[in-house]
Design a protein around this ligand. Sequence first.
Ligand SMILES: [Ca+2]
Ligand SMILES: [Ca+2]
Length: 257
Amino acid sequence: MTATLLRTGLRFLISNKHFKRRTISALYCGISEEQNILLNYNQFCKIAPLTYNTRSVHQMDISVNEQEIDNDCDTKQERGQTFFWRRKMRTLHNHLDVDKDGVISYDDFMLFEKRFSNLGHLTPGAKTEFKKILDKMWEEQWGEISPYNLICIEKYLEKMRYVLNDSALRKKCHHFLPFLFKAVDKDQSGEISQQEFQLFFQCLGLTHDDAIISFSHIDTNDDGKISFDEFITLGREFFLTEDPTKPSKYFWGPLVN
Ligand SMILES: [Ca+2]
Ligand SMILES: [Ca+2]
């Protein structure tokens, strides 16, 4: 009952263009910071179709595109075969292979988590939750957590193609993105400035110039900030779409060759 009332209240706020994360947080006062990060993400996923009604055509396109992806998967059409998509996944593999030895190990995953946590903007609870999400992702996508479970590029491409074609895994594989957002949102404003975005790319070992270029593409409404919605939408779309005209291709910096 309480949950229904809260959801109704959220939808009212959104439909009246009063959608602000702090307002939502206030509705849920009493919950922990890490729960709030997940809540923001979960609410975003649930209410996205509503918010798209009042947004730009560009964002409506993204909504339609996701629907198309689900429809295509229903028809059993194999996805993840294009050179463009494979190139994007090779780029991601490179970022997740933090120690650059050519394979993703569980240690790489933990180094990845540390780089973002060490920025100092996640609460202890959020750090714990972030690690839990990464552990779950590892187990669901790649199996056992073990120093002998090493993910080379070919294995990564094969596994990620499987995830892309599995609707349940596909819907969960971006649950770590809200923690990256929160980790670089230095002033906790709920938006990422260009300067804060540089922290994101700094964690990935990319340059300030890379950050400036990507920021300009990911800031889809050109307001000089990256909202939570923009961050999650484009971060998800980077993985989902095989359309090379989408700006989400800039999300993780320059694509590897
Ligand atoms: Ca490695
Ligand atoms: Ca923006």
